[in-house]
Design a protein around this ligand. Structure first.
Ligand SMILES: C[S@@+](CC[C@H](N)C(=O)[O-])C[C@H]1O[C@@H](n2cnc3c(N)ncnc32)[C@H](O)[C@@H]1O
Length: 283
């Protein structure tokens, strides 16, 4: 495995994913009962944007950096950006040295009674996670396959919560088949769980079969959000990305409809830009 998220931390896809993640976790907090957050592909948890990897690509400059001065933002985006700002509060204005990955964002939003399980395959990323969350009794870190963890750990003892599935897609289209199979098994064990699946958009036909699979498998309540910064006709670059949400919170489609145009406006890389929110099944 070659993928290192440090090259991409804070890019437009991270902003999209992490703003939606923030909205989902905030919705879970609407009820007092504790929830479980399972991050199947956790990464390192925290990224140094001044570090060697991020300095090579500078992807965050067309991502989170663009939003730092923005005002009047939808609530999830505002909350997420406040977390990023708080982690960088000692820096000069506009300088973000630290970018939070999904585990750190979740942990900063979670309450004392909520729990997180973080899975990561690479040894050095897992070691970074363990160091970051040492002493935080709410969080368990496992070096293991995230898909196998879904099979072993669901349903969680809390019986409510969120699974984030955010693989590196090194297997390209085959990754969609792996996700489909893992999700089908997980839904048998835990049909009421919330599942959020991030996916890259390069060529439209690569995602079409995956998106159709939810109706084919009769998975009842599935929402899909997509943000495209380039037309989806090039296999070579990340033209956009999407998030499929199984069992989304009530009225989450409206939150996404408010969020996505704002993301498009701030993250545009040229004239082109498109966003879409639709129900793949149910409503
Ligand atoms: C896109 S990154 C995760 C980023 C993270 N979710 C975030 O938003 O900050 C994908 C991670 O999955 C890890 N990985 C790849 N295959 C895996 C698997 N089968 N199980 C668990 N982790 C895996 C990679 O090492 C990489 O760190």
């Amino acid at each position: 495995m070659n993928y290192r998220h440090a090259f991409h931390a804070g890019n437009f896809a991270d902003v999209f994913k992490h703003a939606i993640l923030t909205g989902l976790i905030e919705s879970l907090k609407a009820k007092q009962t504790p929830f479980r957050y399972l991050d199947t592909h956790a990464g390192a948890g925290r990224y140094d944007l001044h570090g060697e990897h991020a300095r090579k690509t500078r992807e965050h400059q067309a991502g989170v950096q663009r939003l730092l001065d923005a005002v009047r933002l939808p609530a999830p985006l505002h909350i997420y950006l406040n977390l990023v700002r708080a982690l960088n509060s000692g820096n000069a204005a506009q300088d973000i040295a630290v970018y939070p990955g999904s585990p750190l964002i979740a942990s900063l939003l979670m309450r004392e009674s909520d729990r997180a399980t973080l899975c990561e395959l690479q040894a050095d990323e897992t070691a970074a996670l363990k160091k970051l969350f040492a002493g935080d009794a709410r969080i368990a870190v496992h070096q293991r396959d995230g898909y196998a963890a879904m099979d072993a750990l669901l349903p969680p003892p809390e019986r409510r919560g969120l699974v984030l599935i955010d693989p590196p897609f090194e297997a390209q289209e085959a990754e969609f088949d792996t996700i489909e199979a893992a999700l089908a098994k997980a839904l048998v064990r835990w049909p009421i769980g919330m599942y959020a699946i991030w996916y890259p958009i390069k060529l439209r036909q690569q995602t079409a079969a995956f998106l159709r699979s939810f109706a084919r498998r009769k998975i009842p309540k599935v929402l899909c959000a997509e943000l495209l910064l380039h037309p989806d006709n090039s296999a070579l670059r990340l033209n956009g990305c999407g998030m499929v949400i199984v069992n989304p919170p009530w009225k989450f489609d409206r939150q996404l409809e408010e969020l996505l145009p704002v993301l498009r406006e701030h993250l545009a890389q040229g004239r082109f830009g498109e966003q879409r929110v639709r129900w793949l099944t149910g409503e």
